[in-house]
Design a protein around this ligand. Sequence first.
Ligand code: HEM
Ligand SMILES: [Cu+2]
Length: 620
Amino acid sequence: MVAGIPEANRAEVHGDNYLTHTRGFLSWALTLDHKRIAIMYMIGILGSFLLGGIFALLLRLELIGPGALFNSNENAAWDFYNHMFTIHGAVMTFLFIIPGIPAIIGNFALPIMLGAKDVAFPRLNLASFYVWLAGGVFFVYVLLSGVLEVAFGWHLPGGFGLDTGWTFYTPYSTTKSESGVIPATLGAFVLGFASILTAVNFLASIHMLRPKGMTWFRMPLLLWSLYSTAIIQILATPVLAITLLLLVAERSMGIGIFDPLNGGDPVLYQHFFWFYSHPAVYIMILPALGVISEIIGIFCRKHIFGYNFIALSSLAIALFSFIVWGHHMFTSGQSALASALFSLLTFSVSIPSAVKVFNWLGTMYKGSIRMKAPMWYVVGAIWVFTIGGLTGLFLATLRTDIHLHDTYFVVAHFHYVMMGTVLFALVAGIYYWFPKMFGKMYDEKWAGIWAVVTLVGFNVLFFPLFIAGSQGMPRRYASYEDQYIAYHVIATVGSWILAVGLFGVLHNWIQGLRKGKKAPPNPWGANTLEWQTSSPPPHDNFKVTPAAGDPYAIYRWQHARSTDPEVADGWQLKPEYAEALKAAGPGHRVVAADVDDYNDGGTTGTSLLDAPDNDDDDRR
Ligand code: HEM
Ligand SMILES: [Cu+2]
């Protein structure tokens, strides 16, 4: 084989790609192309993040001091606070973080990584996008009902706003609150279907569409993590669905399942809820860990360390995730034996998580690290995941949890794990696949600057909250004792730094879209199959299905082997590399292949990397 991606896949560079394949609103709205669906999800999900983020900034601003900031009438102010933190939590959880990485990055990358033309069931894929959208409409309704109530005193059916906390704990959600519990739970119910449909599609795709040469243990790690996630989505989500329907039945008809006045048990609700919601934490986090595993080796120029352990730890996490829910209920009056068992099991789940961190660090160790935007965020994500994970141990320990339960320690812990790890992995992933998605490069210098700002902002925002929490600052309180003021002021300032950084990232992406340099097919020198087609890929991804090898073989980016250094299609190696390659003669290799090693020689592009073959030489 000679240079670059297979000839037939290269030709597409001149012709159409999935973005330009057909035009017009309907061609997007009715598309079955997984890549377009991914882009539509991206707009919707980043939009939800913006919405949840606005609430977060308002919340944080309110907490800058103990007084009522937005309304001089204290009761009204506290009421407003309850609505804000509930809507923030619900939007972030159900609309942003659960669908996030699978819907955006999974939808875009999974079929191409499999060398396939699309997911197994493209129509189902489009359907799940619209189901997600429908679920979102319920939340918009809840939001609107709150705004209309406050602004004009209009009452929409189903209550106004939402103030129960995103967990909808009974009996508050069933008998006390006047808020839109029913529309909100129905929204979460509908969103659950979107989650299940995507999971079914991914499972089927991974089982049916793997190309020649891609055995289970030659599958990219992102696919392992999406596979494990899909198992949780399919098994756990129905539990939430049933729980929420029971809640609706209880609230509207008082059937007496959760309400003690009718013989029900509110703690039962908590069991049901966390039986889903703890596994859901791994629905959020596993795809993020997959993205990290996917990116890290490439930017350390090393074969990922401990591939099998990373792959299997995803499955282990998925299985463990089902048997630890009781750690949310140490203070709820469940039996001491149950609590002790749940504590032990919770510690066990930290083993596979730690396995991943060790393997990432093993990959970085003695690697030749390139600090590009994806790598900045991967390092940031590993940092916050480690802090989040270690602080989780305090919450898994019975005695310390009694002290820390429902304090800001918990708020800090889950923002480190959920928001930090998942958001940074998502940003890393969007940067990493940006050239493939849009055929353009983003600006590396600004990407680095905004990365530092976001990572600093995040830690300034959430780290002080560990301390405030350990000193007793309770969560879900709009006001507090003076001793906590300093922590809240620092955190609020941190939230602004973070916001500036995130707007910087958005700006960087938009500038990349508008003015970015044309991207070569394989700017990072990666070996997974999506880099074996042009950027952006054509509608069908590949004209010839590439054969898969070791997804993390390093010689692809350490050495480009070619008899023809003047590569077709205009992406040329810098003269020094080309010279060396020519001097080496046929069959030889030179160190090359990073986007910086190319000259943008014209209008088209291919890389000098080898087409995949199945050699196993210098694999590690
Ligand atoms: C991926 C992003 C995020 C997710 C998934 C997320 C999720 C959540 C969840 C689930 C809650 C729990 C609400 C409850 O206790 O019922 C919460 C609370 C909170 N979040 Fe976030 N959040 C995110 C980003 C942020 C950001 C950027 C900020 C700050 C600017 C923030 C500030 C807060 C605050 C202050 C609370 C606590 C409210 C209270 O307990 O009084 N969150 N968040
Ligand atoms: Cu949990």
